[in-house]
Every structure is written in C-alpha cells, then in structure tokens.
Design a protein. Structure first.
Length: 413
C-alpha cells in the first residue's frame, strides 16, 4: 500500500460493540485506519462508547470530531422523535466543521458512511475533494402484491415510507450529492437504480454490512446439531415487513410434523404471529423466545439447522451473514440485501411474485432442506466460504482503502 492518505469520514451512526448502522460506522473506520489517516465526523452521543473503546484499544491513525445541531434540537430529538430532521441538520453542522478541517488538513478523499439512506443528502459532497457516497440503501419496497397481507398499520407504514423517500428525492441537494459523487455505492439494485435517476454516473453494488474475523471464527465453530428434531429459526424484529407471517404459513404447508420453528425477537407483530400459529395448527411446534441478547440469539442459532428470513425489504440482513458464517443454509426472498448475500450455493432464494406463490416455494424449500442433510452440509460449507471471502470486515476495509488510493492517484494524474 502506498503512503497513507488523509481521509474524512461522515458517520452519523458510529459506535463500537453494536450492530446495525452504528456497527457499520465503527467497523468501517476502524478497518480503514489500518491503512490511512482517518478523521471521523460523528455525534456527541457516540462519544462515551468510542472513548472507552479507544482507552482499551488505542488506534493511532483514527481521530473523532464530535458535532451536533443546537441543544434545543437535541432535546426535541429525545427517543428519536424527529430523527430525520436531526440527521439533516447534523449534515449541515458537519459540513461547516469539515470545511474548516479541510483548510488545515487537506483531505484526499471524503466518504459518507452512515446513515445508509439514499434519499437524504450529504453536504460533505460540496467540498472540493473526491466524494464517495455509501453504501446507501432504502429504495427497497415490499412488493405491492404483498401489501394486502400486512394489515392496515403495515400498509400505512409502507405508504408513508415510500412517500418519505420520494419526498427526499425532490430535495435538490440530494441530486447534488448524487451528481458530485465520484463513486456512489448502493446496497441493492433497487437503490442503484434510484441513484442513477438522481444523477450518479458511477454506481456500484456493495453491501454495507460485514462480520468481524472473531465473529466469523466463533460462528464457524458451531456445528449443526446431529440429533432431531430439525429446527428452522428466524431472528428478527417482529415487524410486518420482516415477513414472518409468510414463514409460519410455509411451515404449516410443509407439514413437517417432526420439525420445529423457533422465532427469536420481539415487536408489534408478536401477538398476531402467535395467533396465526394457533390458527394454522402449528403452535406446539413453534416457539417464540422474545428479544434475547446477541450471545443468547447466536446460541439458539447454534442448535438450529436452517435460517428462514422472508423479509420484504432489507437493505442489509445481518442475520443472513451470521447464519452463513455458522454453516446454516438460508431461505430468503429474492429481494433486497439478502438477495445479494445469499447465492444458490448457500441457500434458497424465493421469487416474490405474490404471497401464495412465495409461501408455496418457501414450504418446498423447507421440505427439501429438512429431508436432505447432505444438501444442508453442502450449502453450509459454501456459506462459510462466501462470508470469509466477501463479508469479512478486514477484507472489506482493505479493498476500500485501496479504492481510496486509486481515486487519489487518478485525481493527481
């Protein structure tokens, strides 16, 4: 690797020891600091966790700059009541800080990492520096043919979500962000299409998520149980768009009397799902664990055989990576982030044409995997290999660091 560059990262969400977007921000900047000098713009509420981690494990080439909008807006945003407005105004604050920093440091590349949201601008794109946007996502939507299965609240959520993103696309600064991106990275093909329509000229597909090497090793040491019963598991927040009602209907249709279906997670849909299990006559085979710690969740995965993840719109899908790292086949819909993570070698991707078709094909996949231990082992081994080769944070960091160098060289040519 050539001489380290000066890189400015925008990471509204960035916190060690967490998953989701805070984990994306933290793992990205930590890995990049192995190769370049990294300055990270983030929020004050991330500071305690970051400084505690830096005291335990100092990272010399990683510096954090904390900034926030005015205090009155902070108070209004308690419990994230106005998180989208807060995020937008934080971007303005971050730009003012970044402009002063650039005058004194001189950045070679600027990169927006989190939030992973395509329909909100990053004002850092206005700096006179090569700008990378993302990976960003959010353009994924539940197929309209599935809406009638979601209930009134679910349909209202999907409509508001769709309108919110379309409203964000009307913001001229969102178009500026897209056009000024030397590279726009999308988590899914749905988002890639929207980025092109916004004016991005160089768009690539790249998952925002990954797994740390320690997690990959730990998960890889969890062989599937060798004794019955065969267990399917879903690990998700129990929300309408996670599609667990499809998983339950498929399990009932598969008629696997000697199998179990475990559901780990909690949320607004739990009562509805429990009632559905009773209506389908599978309640004795279905176990709801509620919300568990990550360690306890992975413990349940270790005594299961197959992950069922019928989500209707996920930009990421961390549980799919964890299942593959543990050598478990994945059954998912051919939608969003899971569709890019899971291949025909590592699981079964079900087309999402309509609910009846999806349920029938998920049921067929359950039957195949329940009765073919050799297929489960083969897919499990392929999943482990795919995670090591494409989703390890150290590998992702190394490739991104090289991309920065390539961009800087082209700019100097």
């Amino acid at each position: 690797m050539p001489e380290p560059l000066n890189i400015l990262i925008s990471a509204y969400a960035c916190r060690p020891g967490e998953g989701s977007e805070p984990g994306v921000g933290w793992h990205t900047v930590r890995e990049l600091s192995k190769y370049h000098h990294i300055w990270v713009l983030t929020r004050q509420n991330n500071r305690p966790a970051i400084e505690a981690e830096q005291q335990r494990h100092p990272i010399p080439k990683l510096q954090f700059i904390y900034c926030d909008p005015p205090c009155w807006l902070q108070r209004w945003n308690q419990n994230q009541r106005i998180v989208h407005l807060h995020y937008y105004l934080w971007q303005l604050c971050a730009y003012r800080v970044a402009r002063r920093l650039h005058q004194s440091i001189g950045f070679d590349v600027v990169h927006h990492v989190t939030y992973v949201r395509y329909s909100a601008p990053s004002f850092l794109s206005l700096l006179p520096v090569p700008f990378i946007w993302g990976p960003v996502g959010g353009a994924e939507t539940a197929p309209r043919t599935f809406w009638y299965t979601l209930g009134l609240q679910g349909k209202s959520y999907e409509l508001i979500r769709l309108l919110t993103h379309r409203l964000g696309e009307l913001d001229p600064f969102t178009h500026v962000t897209a056009r000024r991106s030397i590279l726009a990275r999308a988590t899914t093909e749905d988002t890639a299409q929207r980025l092109r329509q916004l004016g991005a000229t160089h768009v690539e597909l790249d998952s925002a998520i990954g797994l740390h090497a320690d997690d990959i090793t730990r998960l890889g040491q969890c062989p599937p149980p060798s004794s019955p019963p065969l267990r399917f598991i879903s690990m998700a927040r129990l929300l309408h768009w996670k599609g667990l009602h499809l998983g339950l209907r498929a399990f009932a249709q598969a008629k696997l009397n000697d199998a179990e279906y475990w559901i780990v997670g909690d949320g607004a849909e739990r009562n509805r799902l429990e009632e559905l299990a009773g209506e389908l006559g599978i309640a004795p085979q279905v176990k709801f664990f509620g919300r568990l710690s990550r360690d306890d969740t992975l413990r349940q995965l270790s005594v299961s055989h197959v992950l069922v993840h019928p989500s209707l719109h996920d930009s990421g899908g961390w549980v799919c990576l964890e299942a593959m790292a543990a050598g478990r086949p994945v059954i998912c819909l051919d939608l969003g982030g899971p569709a890019l993570q899971v291949t025909t070698a590592t699981g079964m991707k079900i087309p999402a044409c309509n609910p009846q078709q999806a349920v029938m094909e998920i049921a067929d996949a359950m039957q195949r995997l329940a009765t073919d231990a050799r297929l489960r082992r083969r897919m499990g081994q392929a999943g482990k290999q795919r995670v090591r080769e494409h989703f390890a944070w150290d590998m992702k960091g190394r490739l991104l660091a090289q991309r920065y160098t390539d961009i800087a060289i082209r700019q100097q040519a």
